[in-house]
Design a protein around this ligand. Structure first.
Ligand SMILES: C[S@@+](CC[C@H](N)C(=O)[O-])C[C@H]1O[C@@H](n2cnc3c(N)ncnc32)[C@H](O)[C@@H]1O
Length: 233
């Protein structure tokens, strides 16, 4: 089992993309996912929608989904003061740690919310992203957990519909290979997963993995949709 200074590279019995990936993606693309939305996620979304209306719906919108302790969200907001950045994480502890750790820029909103519910609500309201960052999503390396990886999840069509420039990073290359295949299946062309060395890591996990000697990978994909937003909430 590869271990580097305490932090592990995901270990999986999969030696290549999951054999059931294409079928799963096709199934999800072919039907609308209707699971109920949790009340606390609806409340978080309403808070975000209100914030956007007050800050200016015309401003480019950036989502940092699974932002953890939000270093990346803060950097994105500082680098692009004209944009609105929303950092989402389901962990109350991580979001509140971020709020204490940083002086949050005015164009950044951090929310405790579950991404799948939030994305569905955003799509239903016609939101259109400029950028969407998925930085070191939980890998779910067991083959039986394919459906929990974002590209194997029933919310994948909603993620696509939100549009924008998608940035996905992982220390598990196979996650990105599968993401690229799922994007292709849905009609999008991403970059190949490419190794990179961060000079100044953008996230706490990026720093931890880099310091532990892991190889890091990223891909990007233009999901389109910018500038055609018809927001209804
Ligand atoms: C490996 S950490 C990466 C955090 C951060 N992006 C970084 O690179 O430092 C994965 C994060 O995703 C969050 N997360 C996992 N599943 C989520 C979901 N369904 N909705 C919202 N956040 C989620 C976890 O709470 C955790 O903070």
């Amino acid at each position: 089992m590869p271990v580097h200074d305490g932090s592990r590279v995901p270990v999986s019995s999969q030696t290549g993309p999951h054999p059931g990936l294409a079928d799963k993606v096709d199934r999800h693309l072919g039907r609308h996912w209707r699971a109920p939305v949790a009340e606390h996620n609806r409340a978080a979304f309403e808070c975000a929608a209100r914030w956007r209306r007050e800050a200016g719906l015309e401003r480019p919108l950036i989502l940092d989904s699974g932002c953890g302790t939000a270093l990346s969200s803060v950097r994105l907001a500082e680098a692009q003061p004209g944009a609105l950045v929303i950092g989402l994480d389901q962990s109350r502890a991580r979001v509140s740690r971020a709020s204490h750790r940083f002086r949050l820029p005015g164009n950044l909103l951090l929310l405790r919310a579950e991404c799948a519910d939030f994305w569905r609500l955003a799509r239903a309201c016609g939101w259109s992203l400029d950028q969407h960052h998925l930085l070191y999503p939980n890998p779910w390396p067991k083959p039986a957990h394919l459906g929990r990886r974002w590209h194997g999840h029933p919310v994948f069509p909603d993620l696509l519909a939100l549009g924008g420039w998608l940035d996905v990073r992982s220390n598990w290359r196979l996650y990105l290979e599968e993401m690229a295949l799922a994007l292709e299946r849905a009609g999008y062309r991403s970059t190949e997963p490419e190794p990179f060395t961060p000079e100044d890591p953008d996230t706490d996990f990026e720093r931890k993995y880099h310091q532990s000697g892991h190889s890091l990978y990223r891909l990007s994909c233009d999901l389109g949709g910018r500038g055609v937003e018809a927001v209804s909430c």
